[in-house]
Design a protein around this ligand. Sequence first.
Ligand code: WQD
Length: 337
Amino acid sequence: MKKILVTGGLGFIGSHTVVELQNKGFNVVIIDDLSNSDISVLNGITKITGKKPEFHQIDLKNKDAVQSFFKDQKIDGVIHFAASKAVGESVKQPLKYYENNIVTLIYLLQEMEKNKVTNFIFSSSCTVYGQAEELPITENAPIQPAESPYGNTKQIGEEIITDQTKVSNLNAIALRYFNPIGAHPTALIGELPLGVPQNLIPFVTQTAAGIRKELTVFGNDYNTHDGTAVRDYIHVVDLAKAHIVAMERLLFHKNKNNIEFFNIGTGKGSSVLDVIHAFEKANNLKLNYKFDKRRTGDITAAYADTTLANNELNWKSEFTLEDALKDAWKWQQKQTP
Ligand code: WQD
């Protein structure tokens, strides 16, 4: 049974990926420092799959801890989620982001090389494209100067991994996520944003739950069908499954290059108003919202061309936007006493 290390495995996307790995018969070990996740997620995963994953509370900035972890383990592949991910916070605290997202990646790759672990899946982001000239966005779209230190850590991360694949036996796949949303259909795991949510969907569900007074729509003067910004919202379970097929591609030596990049989205763009209306319809409720000015750093529109992932990974998204909004609401209701 192949053993896969999932760093950040108690986080939003990490936990859903652990579930899918276990469902596929993999042996999973999680490293998480619990800085932006909760130990209760381990029980949620166990309840869904019936198997409690091995868990180590380790801060990947602690090089000695990373070294001793790898000494005691026989790992067949690594899926690396552990990173800080709040765009706004990264602008205010760039050094925290460069330390937590880059230094940790370097320590991880060093220990992988020492311990001959060669299969690596990297959590990247559509933010590397900035505002793409052409839509839908393909993997060949130019990488634009990052709008935030967070986005820059993803670009730098991809460059570090690419350089390492040239001088070692490392085989890597970078998955460029569009906008992950929703929760596991069992509502046993989901998104746990700390404090005031920065992302749209948790703010929508907390508004519907009465935790937030109203949703502010950031800008309705964009050059889109209804003036609000367009994104590609993908169900977190579809996104999790993409990690399994990507890891299997490496384990079975099906990769065509030492480093490959795949856009993981639905291929469909939805505006903020589309999401609001879909959420109201899917959950039979009215959402309280108002329009305000644009949020600094936001782009007008982004949605994926998923041809490469469809053909090479034999993967495509299966859940609809409505499915994801129903699952997000079901999860929120379980969180709201
Ligand atoms: C979506 C849209 C907002 C909140 C983020 C990360 C990015 C990537 C994907 C990881 C935008 C609007 C939001 C609100 C609003 N994640 N909005 N009111 O910014 O597209 O990307 O997720 O890699 O790195 O930045 O997602 O959910 O913050 O915003 O109107 O209260 O919703 O302006 O148009 P974003 P988001």
